[in-house]
Design a protein around this ligand. Sequence first.
Ligand SMILES: Cn1cncc1C[C@H](NC(=O)CCN)C(=O)O
Ligand SMILES: [Zn+2]
Ligand SMILES: [Zn+2]
Length: 484
Amino acid sequence: MFSPSSPPTGLLEKVFQYIDLHQDEFVQTLKEWVAVESDSVQPVLRLRRELLRMTDLAADRLRNLGAHVDLVDAGFQQLPDGQSLPIPPIILAALGNDPKKPTVCFYGHLDVQPARREDGWVTDPHTLTEVDGKLYGRGTTDNKGPVLAWINAVSTFRALDEDLPVNVKFVIEGMEEAGSLALEELVQKEKAGFFSSVDYIVISDNLWVSRRTPALTWGTRGNSYFMVEVKCRDQDFHSGTFGGILNEPMADLVALLGSLVDSSGRILIPGIYDHVAPVTEEEKRTYEAIDLDLEEYRNSSQVKKFLFDTKEELLMHLWRYPSLSIHGIEGAFHEPGAKTVIPGRVIGKFSIRLVPHMNMSVVEKQVKQHLDYIFSKRNSSNQMTVSMTLGLHPWVANIRDNQYLAAKRAIKTVFGTEPDMIRDGSTIPIARIFQDTIQKSVMMLPLGAVDDGEHSQKEKINRWNYIEGSKLFAAFFLEMAKLH
Ligand SMILES: Cn1cncc1C[C@H](NC(=O)CCN)C(=O)O
Ligand SMILES: [Zn+2]
Ligand SMILES: [Zn+2]
């Protein structure tokens, strides 16, 4: 082993060289993984079988590394129609348990969003296709590529017959895109078991804000999801026979939804901003330092104008202020054509992205009170029911943790630059659950570029990001060992 003060230049060079030389093999494995249509979103048996196949493929790969692999049964998913579908088992794997080394646990997921060629893909979404250094395919960046990058890093030490600098554990699930069913329960159950030896958790399930500058993520927003139902009766009406003599549920609902946010993006629910953490000068400087070309971002997003004109304002509204989005209306007539229906019962769906110091149950109360007030002013004879169906807390890391220091050093070594220290506007619910339940340091170390198109058509990961990302994880192991 190397001494803590002298950098392991020789070993690191060997590792990087190995990864460069074997990159086509690494791409080939990604191709095999992308070929499995492991869609967890559409609840159909055929796809669940694909998910099980994907889980077995990953478990085999981990066993080949020499890891001890447990497939933890996750039970069944109950569907609203009474059907039930199997949830793929959750992989818990471990490699090495040297008490002198830190134990780093990687969380990732094998499931993907649905993708069909007709949706607007140029290539088949389940056939990894390389064009100009871009590896196109569903799951390449979210999240199969990063999971494999971690495996590539571990396998490189094994192939070189080098001692792993850290003990490595894996939590790999197959239901992330469907809300990580069964995972929270498992984390609680294994708190004193599998997780008791874990010192650090690394998640690589988000993106940089740049195409070239790597990032380290230290916070995500939470989310509270609301459904507001307005009901007259369970059946639709004909607007020729009932139009003019009813309080129409859609009119009530549109008024309710229209009362939530103004055209400058400000949430109109009284009190909602009361607890939002104030911005500090130090925090402001972190946004100034970030590599984001506003014009390029705007153009590539195909948006004419954002609500904010400066980089700092834009980032703060994405990352550290709450936002309210209206997602849809169940029961509304939305198909093409001109049907003259009055829907009898509709459900509006919206969510509020939560930020530090907002209190979930206070938010819930404020939303309900506000909607009650707006609805009562309408004097409608319909019935309104509001429910919060999902409550995910925001997450903030302690960037003074050792693993943030190790990751910064590894990024510097691999990319020759300091990372953008970013937050993320969306939610990775498991981060906060890990932090609260096992009370260990959680870090998000993304590998993909801003234009990877996660969840979208033409999802890709650059070969460069995938291969340098594999090196980054390897360099991170070595830096962690030095700090321990
Ligand atoms: C399911 N869900 C409902 N509320 C929040 C979520 C999670 C979802 N997470 C992601 O997209 C991960 C991005 N890397 C999101 O933030 O919308
Ligand atoms: Zn993901
Ligand atoms: Zn996703």
